[in-house]
Every structure is written in structure tokens, then in C-alpha cells.
Ligand binder design. Sequence first.
Ligand SMILES: Nc1ncnc2c1ncn2[C@@H]1O[C@H](COP(=O)(O)OP(=O)(O)O)[C@@H](O)[C@H]1O
Ligand SMILES: [Mg+2]
Length: 256
Amino acid sequence: MSDKKIAISVENLEKTFGDRKVLDDVTLDVCKGEIFVIMGGSGSGKSTLLRMMTGAIKPDAGKIFFEDNDLSGLNAEEHEKIKRRFGMSFQSAALLDFLTVEENVSLPLKEHTKLSQKVISIIAKMKLNLVGLQGFEDYLPSMLSGGMKKRVGLARAIAMDPEVIFYDEPTAGLDPVVCAVVDKLILDLTQKLNLTSVVVTHNMESVFRIADRVAMLYQGRLLEVGTKDEIKNTSNAIVQQFIKGEIDGPISSRED
Ligand SMILES: Nc1ncnc2c1ncn2[C@@H]1O[C@H](COP(=O)(O)OP(=O)(O)O)[C@@H](O)[C@H]1O
Ligand SMILES: [Mg+2]
């Protein structure tokens, strides 16, 4: 990855909520075109780090660069502009039940562009096609399986042709087969659309299926960043225990 351009650069991030230091001196680079996975246990700071990378949360100290833009120093208007270059697939980003599949995918286009309804409809159909949901335009979310809803969410995330997509636990709560399907979609979309993807997960199968590089967060600190093989072969006992899911080791079982 060393010959690759950097998409997002995170430098010495610090964040404290109350008396709890949630991120402690986190530094990493995400390269253009890669799938960068952030793994770690519950409460290790993954979502906070991801949301900081989108500019949604400001760090107490440190910087986040998206190309030449310092996300930690943007005002609301500048942040709105930058955000259009990002796609988000967050756990909480639920579909609107009273809108059809196509209307859900059209939402960002309606909100952020002046395109005609006809053009928006064509784009939404194209995006649905990309996630394998052609023919489902007029369905309501309640008529879809969990996996299909995920696909609609992904189609919506790519509606505005983002350069980076951020995923927060995209496979949480899905059965293993649907999980594999979502992973394949993340891989396909990253390649087909020439995207950079940042994925937070604690699903080890996903990590090793999709990641170009993996970062391990533990109690707000970045323990290790490397390729899948580097992570698999690391001598760090915490990372080893985490990826193998072992009970005994330096990670206390009381820390979720
Ligand atoms: N807005 C917030 N206010 C207070 N505490 C928070 C807030 N967001 C996250 N935290 C705390 O920060 C820690 C890390 O949270 P999070 O980044 O969501 O971890 P993860 O995604 O790895 O499970 C947790 O202890 C959580 O309770
Ligand atoms: Mg989280």
C-alpha cells in the first residue's frame, strides 16, 4: 500500500467523554481505493473513530485530513459540502418505512441536488441495479428481508457517487450467508466504483474476507495496523486473543 495515495489521514486523535478517554493518540492512514477495517471489542472506540473520520465528531486534540481538508477545523457549512463526498452505512441509518425502496434511495439526491425527478429516478434505479435489487423499486421496506434492506441502505449510500464509504458494523445481526453476501457487496462496490471503504466490525470472518488492511483498537488505543497476514501473524497477544476469540489471555472477560 506504500505506493498508494492517502485518502484519509488521522493524526494523534484524542477524545474524552466525561472522565473516560475513548480515543488515545490514534494515528493512521487510509489509502485510496482500499478497504480499511477497524476492529476491536465493544466500547473500544470504533464508532467514535469512524464518526470522527466523517467529521461528525470533533476531536479534543489531533487532526483528520481528507485529502487537503482538515476535518477537525471545518465549520458546519464546509462540513456539509465535504459530507457529500462520503457515503455512510451506519447501524442506525434505518430506511423510512413509508417510502418505497426507490424513494429511499432517491432521498439524498432530492435533498442535495437540483436534478429532475426523472433523472433522480434513473439514478436510483441504477444504484439499485448495482446492489442487485432491480425490480424491487416499488416495494416497501417492510416487504424486504434483512439482507435486502441492507442492500437498499447501500444503494442509498452510493446515491451521490461518494469517494469514501464508511460502514459501521454492516453485518451486525445478519446470518452467516447474508453476512457473506454483504461482504461481497462491499468488495464489489469498492472495486466497481473505485471507492475507498472504511469498515468497522468485530466480525472476524468479515475482517479476513474484505480487508486490505486492518487496524485493531483496544481501550481507545491503536494496537496494530497491517495487512491480513501481518495481523494474523502478529506477536501482539491482545490482537491474537481477539482474532482467535479465546477466553484466556490479556483481554479480561469482564470487558465485553
Ligand atoms: N456521545 C457520547 N457521550 C458519552 N460517551 C460516549 C459517547 N459516545 C461514545 N461514548 C463512550 O465511548 C466509548 C466508546 O464508544 P464507541 O466508540 O461507540 O465504541 P465501539 O463502537 O467500539 O463499541 C464507550 O464507553 C461509550 O459509552
Ligand atoms: Mg460501535
